[in-house]
Design a protein around this ligand. Structure first.
Ligand code: IPD
Ligand code: CA
Ligand code: CA
Length: 260
């Protein structure tokens, strides 16, 4: 299954990279002007599902652009064909393909492929996390003031501003520096690889998180809700870190009352 997920992710990744910067059809979706979908998102998703279905025709799928295909299997593939679509439409080379697999609701496999850097992040439950087949580990950064942290902003920020700006501002004051890359799956993999020390975001979907969360956990990272309690990819918000600075991040998030 890992080999199949790698095959699907790398093929889809190469296809989207080939079309990046070229004219493409861009549309809004979910009633939000800034939430974009391109024909490449759809094509990449079709390719991934087709590749997996060739071997496992009765598995379930939860995929961003085509929704949930229920056949009531124990296995469900959770797919984001392009994570970082806004970057992709602008030709900014920060996007990836993300494929996770749940068995009876538990994440067992994750593959994230960044076609611009040819970086393949993989994990299987209990077997560690890898970048291009080499083991990866979260950072050993001990304090927030030494930490490079990252976040993202939701598409519905205009109608539902939450507290994203306040959180951002608070981390700007508390951490060494804050980044916003525009790809949740890469944010998670970068915490896993020790490039970032922590990552929080208030509004995400399961396909943004599935593969990256398993990769992060298998690299020794911690994944909770914004208050530091155990979470799942089916909840909206997330806090992840190297584990060591987790409580320090929870304290910063607590400064703003109410989740989001
Ligand atoms: C988005 C990216 C972004 C995050 C958004 C996601 P998409 O996914 O992961 O970093 O801030 O919340 O929706 O739309 O590019 O697949
Ligand atoms: Ca996404
Ligand atoms: Ca997407």
């Amino acid at each position: 299954m890992l080999d199949l997920a790698i095959e699907a992710a790398t093929e889809a990744g190469r296809m989207i990279k080939m079309h990046s910067g070229r004219a493409m059809k861009v549309e809004s979706k979910s009633g939000q002007e800034t939430n974009l979908v391109t024909d490449l998102d759809r094509k990449a998703e079709e390719l991934i599902i087709r590749t997996i279905k060739k071997r496992y025709h009765n598995h379930d799928f939860l995929a961003e652009e085509s929704g949930s295909h229920e056949t009531k299997s124990d296995y469900r593939w959770v797919i984001d064909p392009i994570d970082g679509t806004t970057n992709f439409t602008h030709g900014l080379p920060i996007y990836c393909v993300s494929i996770g697999l749940e068995h009876r609701g538990e994440l067992i496999l994750g593959v994230v492929y960044d076609p611009n850097r040819d970086e393949l992040f993989t994990a299987e439950k209990g077997k560690g996390a890898f970048l291009n087949k080499r083991p990866i580990r979260v950072s050993g950064t001990r304090t927030l003031i030494e930490a490079l942290v990252v976040t993202g902003f939701p598409y519905d920020v205009r109608s539902n501003p939450g507290h994203v700006v306040q959180h951002f501002n608070n981390f700007l004051m508390a951490a060494q520096a804050v980044r916003r890359l525009g790809s949740a799956a890469l944010d998670l993999c970068y915490v896993a690889a020790g490039r970032f020390d922590g990552y929080w975001e208030v509004t995400l979907n399961p396909w943004d998180m599935a593969a990256g969360v398993l990769i992060l956990e298998e690299a020794g990272g911690k994944f909770t809700d914004l208050e530091g309690f155990p979470s799942t990819i089916h909840r909206k918000s997330l806090l992840t870190s190297n584990g060591i600075i987790h409580e320090q991040m929870v304290e910063v998030l607590k400064r703003v009352k109410g989740e989001g």
